[in-house]
Design a protein around this ligand. Structure first.
Ligand SMILES: *Cc1c(COP(=O)(O)O)cnc(C)c1O
Length: 424
């Protein structure tokens, strides 16, 4: 068995029943499938088979050291958005030479760390950032590999919070400024212009915006080539969506083959980098939680579970629909419609609304496709310790992040002497 599926009456993570995991580690917790994670990564690798491709897994969607280490073992590169993420990649055994650094506000310290580590490219998002990289590179007496992240003014047709390719967005350099800035960068000894980067958004469910963006960067690459400024590769970003509900995103192999076809049609033999996050990690994880109480409010039933918005923020942050299923299929109870909510004191604290479920107090439920933008977005709101993370591979199980303790949560806080003083 692979991934998350029912074996008889019980939902399993690969070969292990989720009831066993809950018993051992308690709930709420995140559970990942190693097999799903690696087969999603391999689908990208195989999809580009004949081409020279660097798969730069987007660290921000799930940055657990074990996840990064599993992907590094497969040969993955990484896309990072902070110095902290770079340190994770290095600690997990990732290759800095296959790592690109995105993000609109890189600090001097972060740029320094990136240059010293020898990363593949700093993907720059403004002229001010270009100037900062030049300054740091000169100070270090090194040559900074850079790409410009261009903003092609394309609507990714996704939730506004995760759309990044429109002119008004804070991301990227307007496409019409790109040639001028490349020219400026090209003359600097402390810079090496290695690529063109684009990333128009996340949870994209059709190929059209992705291919439109690719056409635009191929145009730009040709223009640069003509002007005597050849680049080495195109970085197409991430953004491929997954099916949470009834979306019909392209399959990974379809995504790859449509990109290859367009490159061939345009006679473009540049190397390719991609930065998939969600399409690799989302389906490799579930969020496991226990029904604490069932409340029959006047108009609808409410299931209060022990997992909350501090553990899984997507439902309230993006108004995201995530599938919720019972871990035990047939428990003899009748189906009813529930709002599944957490214990946090906010009306926005829900995991799902109007869900038909057969559940009783004490039952386990799983929120599916929670491997991306799940654990990484968790917080201590309401002084709730962050959930543990567990990875399963066949019948093997490893805990990869322990449940946080109250002491760990309070560790960095202190009470000034004056508040201890009676007379204050
Ligand atoms: C978030 C992000 C990604 C990954 O997006 P997914 O939708 O998870 O594939 C890739 N590149 C950049 C620059 C990003 O900000």
């Amino acid at each position: 068995m692979y991934g998350f599926s029912y074996d008889g009456n019980l939902l399993h993570a690969e070969e292990i029943p989720l009831t066993d995991i809950a018993e051992r580690f308690g709930t709420p917790c995140y559970v990942y499938s190693h097999t799903t994670l690696s087969s999603n990564w391999r689908a990208f690798k195989n999809g580009f088979a004949q081409r020279d491709v660097t798969i730069c897994y987007s660290v921000k969607c799930n940055s657990n050291l074990a996840i990064l280490s599993a992907l590094a073992k497969l040969g993955s590169g990484f896309d990072i958005v902070s110095g902290g993420e770079l340190q994770r990649v290095l600690k997990a055994g990732g290759n800095p030479r296959q790592t690109v650094f995105s993000g609109v506000g890189k600090s001097e310290d972060e740029i320094r760390l990136a240059l010293k580590s020898g990363i593949l490219s700093l993907n720059l998002e403004s002229e001010a950032e270009l100037a900062r990289v030049q300054k740091v590179a000169r100070e270090l007496n090194s040559v900074a590999p850079i790409s410009l992240r261009v903003n092609p003014d394309i609507d990714a047709v996704t939730h506004p919070h995760i759309s990044t390719g429109l002119r008004e967005s804070k991301f990227g350099i307007p496409i019409e400024d790109a040639v001028r800035i490349y020219r400026q960068a090209f003359t600097q000894d402390c810079l090496r212009t290695v690529g063109i980067a684009v990333h128009i958004g996340s949870q994209i469910t059709s190929m059209a915006p992705i291919l439109n963006a690719l056409e635009i960067v191929i145009d730009l690459a040709e223009e640069l080539q003509k002007d005597g400024m050849p680049i080495e590769y195109l970085d197409l970003g991430g953004g491929l969506g997954i099916q949470y509900q009834d979306e019909q995103p392209p399959e990974i192999n379809e995504y790859c083959s449509e990109i290859i076809q367009l490159l061939e049609r345009r006679n473009c033999d540049l190397k390719i980098a991609i930065e998939p996050g969600r399409a690799i990690a989302a389906s490799a994880g579930i969020f496991l939680t226990t029904v604490e109480f069932i409340k029959n409010a006047e108009t609808k039933n409410i299931a209060i579970v022990d997992g909350a918005m501090n553990d899984l923020l997507r439902p309230v942050l993006y108004d995201a629909w995530m599938e919720i299923v019972p871990v035990e299929l047939d428990n003899g109870s009748d189906e009813a419609i529930y709002d599944v909510v957490g214990p946090v004191c906010e009306s926005g604290d829900f995991l799902g609304k109007d869900r038909p479920l057969t559940i009783r107090q004490g039952d386990l439920v799983a929120v599916l496709n929670a491997g991306a933008y799940g654990a990484v977005m968790s917080s201590n709101y309401n002084t709730r310790p962050r959930s543990p993370e567990i990875i399963v591979s066949g019948d093997r199980l490893d805990i990869i992040r322990a449940r946080e303790s109250i002491d760990q949560m309070l560790e960095l806080e202190s009470i000034p002497e004056i508040y201890r003083n009676q007379s204050f």
